[in-house]
Design a protein around this ligand. Structure first.
Ligand code: PLP
Length: 402
């Protein structure tokens, strides 16, 4: 009996899922594992947001909501886009979804024809590829090297666009590399896209508030206003407000696309949980102090990691400009042998070595389609990060490099 649709066949278990599974198994055997694989803030949701949810439940906001979100949440989203991003969206151009992930799913479900190409900037958030594959699209990775700051260049974009290209995905700042585009970078990409009027742009700005060294956040549609009518600006409360479990993402974009996405969502899940929507509205409308505190903590951890990695021979890391990850180069260890004589063939083998020898769970670069690297998350305390760096320094000295 075959239970599974052929639609799911192209979706392979991800390398990051394999790492988490291996880390869980090692923990179950009693091993002391430092898990740096996590993609969620280690902070608690601020109390005023929790209070707003409690209040909403007590007031009876417990029924189905409109498929595209409550008026209160959509109004808060519109105000946020204007306040933070200088983007003016009508309420009919805004919708709320069950996380940014569902925004992306709804958008591709609503717009993709079979074999349409979706351009991804490698290294990229793995879900982009899987969602495109499930929906019959063709994800195409464009390698964005460490030398270019892991940023898409206009030349690489121009070379990748074909008459099958439906979407370009951008992630500002990026998971996993923390790449940040400046105004000129975005304008240069915009000039290429001006020449290709059939390409839609998805700008995933979920790490907007986790931006370091006093950088100013630039939203793609604000820098390239001529492209706003074919840009979907994606965001969510998961990362900025430590609200991963509440499942609220949102977007602003062209009305026909939002309308079609709302139809998709009405068939999948209807509107987001009413109480979570009230919480998200309170997050966007309320005091923003915690956003700044979280960002400061992530910046201090970023500094710690950058300093410690600089002192580990063979590893490379330019300071990430934002998000809460470090995408560390490990090329010097490819071809090295471990103390038991095993050859490290690739970054998957390298991260396996880190897990077995040092008890560090991390994600290999192959999960993001740019090797040889590994991603660690800084969503854990400086104490634990420091211990992880001690272990990393020690275990890499045991490798016999080629
Ligand atoms: C780049 C990026 N986009 C979207 C998401 C998903 O966010 P949400 O929790 O809103 O679904 C993540 C989560 O890791 C992410 O890293």
């Amino acid at each position: 009996m075959n239970y599974v649709s052929s639609r799911l066949l192209p979706v392979k278990p991800s390398a990051s899922a394999a790492v988490s599974q291996a880390a869980r198994a090692a923990r179950a055997r009693g091993e002391d594992i430092i898990d740096l694989g996590l993609g969620e803030p280690d902070f608690d949701t601020p109390m005023h947001i929790i209070e707003a949810a409690y209040q909403a439940a007590k007031e009876g906001q417990t029924r189905y909501t409109p498929n595209d979100g409550t008026l209160a949440l959509k109004t808060a989203i519109a105000a946020k886009f204007l306040r933070d991003n200088n983007l003016q969206y009508d309420l009919s151009e805004i919708m709320a979804c069950n996380g940014a992930k569902q925004v992306i799913f709804d958008a591709l479900m609503a717009s993709l024809e079979p074999d349409d190409e979706v351009l991804l900037c490698a290294p990229y958030f793995g879900q982009y590829k899987d969602i495109a594959l499930i929906l019959g699209g063709v994800p195409k990775a464009i390698a964005c090297s460490a030398e270019s700051g892991f940023k898409l260049t206009p030349q690489a974009l121009e070379a990748a666009i074909t008459d099958k290209t439906r979407w370009l995905f951008l992630n500002l700042p990026s998971n996993p590399a923390g790449a940040v585009f400046n105004r000129q970078d975005l304008q240069a990409l915009g000039e290429v896209l001006d020449r290709h009027p059939d390409v839609l742009i998805l700008s995933d700005e979920i790490y907007e508030h986790i931006l370091f060294d006093d950088r100013e956040f630039l939203s793609f549609a604000a820098v390239c206003p001529q492209l706003k009518s074919r840009t979907l600006t994606v965001n969510g409360v998961s990362k900025a407000y430590a609200m991963t479990g509440w499942r609220v993402g949102y977007c602003g974009g062209p009305q026909p696309l939002i309308k079609a996405m709302t139809t998709v969502q009405s068939q999948i899940s209807s509107g987001v949980c009413s109480i979570a929507q009230a919480a998200a509205a309170a997050a966007l409308d309320g005091p923003q102090d915690s956003v700044i505190q979280f960002c400061d903590a992530f910046e201090s951890r970023r500094n710690l990691i950058v300093e410690r990695i600089a002192n580990i021979d063979g590893l490379t890391l330019d300071p990430p400009g934002g998000a809460f990850y470090a995408y560390i180069g490990c090329e010097a260890f490819i071809g090295a042998t471990t103390p038991d004589g095993t050859r490290i063939e690739d970054d998957i083998a390298f991260t396996n070595y880190l897990l077995t020898e040092a008890g560090i769970a991390s994600v290999p670069g192959s999960a993001y389609e740019l090797s040889p690297f590994f991603r660690i998350s800084t969503a854990t305390s400086e104490d634990i990060l420091s211990q992880a760096m001690d272990r990393l320094a020690e275990c890499t000295t045991k490798l016999n490099r080629p």
